[in-house]
Design a protein around this ligand. Sequence first.
Ligand SMILES: [Zn+2]
Length: 71
Amino acid sequence: MGHSLERWIDGELSERRARCIDEHVEGCEDCSAEVAALLKLKASVRRMRAGEPVAEAVGRLMAEAERLSTQ
Ligand SMILES: [Zn+2]
């Protein structure tokens, strides 16, 4: 699932595939942990690039994940 999870977070998957992963992540401890880790990693990468506070970056990523999961 690893690679798909990253693409899911990035919003690169089709709506159908994204929904499928969303449902899986909800019930899978391993994948939720991996999503959380990926979000954290991406947040710190973005913070380094943009020089913005990490909380702000995480908040935006969480909002994006929420948007993807409710599409
Ligand atoms: Zn899983």
